[in-house]
Ligand binder design. Structure first.
Ligand code: SF4
Length: 458
């Protein structure tokens, strides 16, 4: 198997791929699959595990409403959607499939129709069950799992997630592990391998267009983040910093290239990561990379490469995304990118690893050095817990992305020093997964431990 980088880099909305985009997709699929939507009088939603524990902070309830109305995260206008949520709250009415070509009936819908459970369902820590009623009769009931990065799986008859049928390897260079990926690279680079695979799945022009669209969306997200002041939603009172930081940098340095300040690069990378994650926390448009909580790392490092590495071009952007995407696919195939399953090491750790690979590629690293950079990027994130304060993707998430972006650049530089490395990427990924299994549930997106319980609010 291999997969596509566009399964990792999906355009959507904040603040969370697993807690916002996944539930939105599940609710949309549920509504779209109703056999007799005209008979539905009510829909109830049960959120389990991490969705139940931190769903309020992550906006899961609103995402479910949007999904029931048939919205698609890729095209949803975040501002209009929030307005629509306010309307639903004010009127107590929701129209099934409203955003689709076949709208269904308008039904009563109140906050009490969404129940937040602390207990988990077998199969995955992020689960939601949707039930459509006709009066007191159940018309349809489905359970879905939000497995990370916005991807969902439906529960089968045994209640466990069903893997979609595996398509036969239709790509020229199938790989599951980093070792298998490297085996294809004796006379080609990792981006060349990935590009050939992508072109087997869709036309070449579409691949190039979508890579450009991913970068344009990341760049637009940075632009929005560095221009917006204010307080982030959710009640923690977190002030947005990217806009004032940008003004400070521009005032003190005036231009982006050839800066006299030796630490200017560090500041800009930090700024871009903050900008993306503030946009994400505010529910803005972001690219999952590979998740929303970790969405700032790759744009910040890629932005650094585009603006600071001499000779960077359109081709460099594609190479960065293809190299980073190949590494992300290995994580997805052999481990997990879900904070609810393995902690933040699977989200920000994976993003750091992917970004390190992308940067090493831009710096002309060999395929082995690119995977070595990815290994270093993860090795120093092992054990990273997920403990978002108030269940919001703000503290520690926003600053954590900035730290990981800087770490990714350091990892890429370190990897270029030599070809051979003691620890392989596959070994560190297996270690991350094992560490995630051993990690207490408190530190897996439940907000029951760590900073989430030790921060004294004032
Ligand atoms: S701590 Fe990490 S995994 Fe948890 S919500 Fe924040 S970014 Fe996501």
């Amino acid at each position: 198997m291999s997969g596509s980088v566009f399964d990792l880099f999906t355009i959507g909305i904040g603040p969370s791929s697993s807690h916002t985009m996944g539930p939105l997709a599940a609710a949309a699929r549920f509504t779209g699959g109703l056999a007799a939507p005209a008979d539905v009088t009510r829909v109830t939603v049960d959120l389990y595990g991490s969705l139940g524990a931190t769903g309020r902070g992550h906006g899961t309830d609103r995402a479910v409403e949007w999904g029931l109305e048939g919205e698609d995260a890729r095209t949803l206008d975040p501002v209009a959607a929030r307005r629509r949520s306010d309307e639903i709250a004010a009127t107590g009415r929701l129209r099934l499939g409203r955003a689709t070509s076949r709208p269904g009936p308008e039904i009563d819908f109140s906050p009490d129709d969404i129940v937040f459970h602390r207990r988990t369902l077998p199969g995955h820590p992020n689960a939601l069950r949707l039930t459509a009623w006709a009066g007191r009769r159940i018309l349809a009931q489905r359970t879905y799992f939000s497995i990370g990065g916005g991807e969902i799986r439906e529960a089968g008859p045994d209640g466990l997630p069903v893997r979609p049928p595996q398509t036969p390897a239709t790509v020229p260079f199938p790989f599951r592990t980093a070792a298998e990926l490297l085996a294809h690279c004796s006379d080609r680079t990792i981006p060349e391998v990935m590009f050939a695979n992508e072109c087997a799945l869709r036309p070449r022009e579409e691949v190039l267009h979508r890579l450009r669209e991913v970068w344009d969306t990341m760049d637009a997200c940075i632009a929005a983040g560095v221009s917006t002041d204010g307080t982030l939603p959710g009640g923690l009172g977190v002030q947005r910093r990217a806009a004032s930081f940008r003004r400070h940098l521009e005032a003190s340095q005036g231009r982006e290239r050839g800066l006299p300040d030796q630490f200017a690069g560090v500041d800009w990378v930090t700024l871009w990561a903050l900008a993306v994650n503030e946009e994400n926390a505010a529910g803005g448009r972001v690219v999952t990379a590979p998740t929303n909580g970790a969405a700032g790392v790759i744009p910040a490092v890629l932005s650094y490469c585009v603006r600071f590495v001499p000779g960077s071009s359109e081709k460099s952007i594609a190479s960065f995304l293809l190299a980073a995407g190949a590494i992300g696919l290995v994580y997805k195939a052999t481990a997990s990118i879900s904070g609810a399953e393995v902690g933040c090491q699977g989200e920000v750790g994976t993003a750091c690893s992917m970004a390190a690979a992308g940067a090493a590629q831009i710096l002309s690293g060999s395929p082995q050095q690119v995977t070595n950079a990815a290994e270093i990027g993860m090795e120093h994130n092992l054990g990273l817990t997920c403990d978002p304060v108030g269940g919001l993707v703000q503290i520690p998430c926003i600053e954590r992305n900035a730290m990981a972006a800087l770490k990714a650049i350091a990892a890429a530089r370190l990897a270029l020093l030599r070809e051979r490395q003691q620890v392989s990427l596959d070994q560190v990924i297996a270690t991350m997964m094992a560490t995630g299994r051993d990690m207490s549930r408190k530190y897996k997106e439940t907000s029951l431990g760590g900073l989430a319980v030790n921060l004294v609010e004032c």
